[in-house]
Design a protein around this ligand. Structure first.
Ligand code: PEP
Length: 255
């Protein structure tokens, strides 16, 4: 089995101002160990703070990401941001298919697949979010929902496009609610995702990092990260406090 370097990615969502983003980033940087012995750490910032974060992250071990990308190359799409623009500002990661995009903005599996392909085409690693609603879990449909979300991307972007991608399993009922999946519940879905990919390509399935997201905090992170198929986390609320986020990063080493 491949040893997968954990990844912890901050999703700041639509939070912060220039006045708060600067000390947050400085706090994270001040607590980061040099070198590559710990997890890889990424911050997915609101679009407008990408230039500021890019210059602050230059020469550090923390990498930059975005929270969304257009499925179109360029053109008359007012308010959208193209993959080439993110590439211009050194984004290494881009979140696609976050549940808030799927459920608040109606993004379809097909649209998410296009965004995924667009990110890959511009040399960025998509962080593909998948996950079920509470009702879907209670109805026993978790695997069917996750499989459909994943299969659409595999079908439209091709399995080879997953070579540098990341997947985040984020049960919708656990996002921002304070209610986490148990480590065992999460592991079960992570293992399912890896098996699903292995149907197409064993090597990619073995190598790909599958993050857990949904109310990860400093005090539950180590238990979650100790599971065999959990390779780090996508962190929302807890990534807005430097000390809490750093403790979560450290938990990948302890977990
Ligand atoms: C997220 O938005 O991806 C997330 C996991 O949020 P939170 O950690 O706040 O649940």
């Amino acid at each position: 089995m491949t040893r997968r370097r954990p990844l912890v990615a901050a999703n700041w969502k639509m939070n912060g101002t220039l006045a708060s983003v600067r000390p947050l980033l400085d706090g994270i940087l001040a607590g980061m160990a040099a070198g590559d012995s710990g997890p890889e750490v990424a911050v997915c910032t609101p679009y407008i703070y990408i230039p500021e974060c890019q210059s602050r992250l230059q020469g550090t071990v923390v990498v930059l990401g975005a929270q969304n990308v257009s499925e179109h190359e360029s053109g008359a799409y007012t308010g959208e941001i193209a993959a080439a623009m993110l590439q211009d500002f050194g984004c290494r990661y881009v979140i696609v298919g976050h549940s808030e995009r799927r459920h608040l903005y109606g993004e379809s599996d097909h649209q998410v697949a296009e965004k995924f392909a667009m990110a890959v085409g511009h040399g960025m690693a998509p962080i593909l979010c998948v996950g079920e609603l509470l009702q879907e879990r209670e109805d026993g449909d978790t695997e069917a929902v996750v499989a459909a979300q994943l299969d659409t991307v595999i079908k439209e972007a091709g399995i080879a496009a997953f070579a540098n991608a990341v997947i985040a399993y984020e049960p919708v009922w656990a996002i921002g609610t304070g209610r986490t999946a148990s480590p065992e519940q999460a592991q079960e879905v992570h293992a399912f995702i890896r098996l699903r990919l292995a149907r197409h390509d064993d090597g990619i399935a073995d190598k790909i990092r599958i993050l857990y997201g949904g109310s990860v905090k400093a005090d539950n992170a180590a238990d979650i990260f100790s599971m065999a198929d959990i390779d780090g986390g996508l962190i929302g609320g807890a990534s807005l406090v430097a000390g809490e986020f750093l403790a979560i990063c450290q938990a990948t080493v302890d977990g």
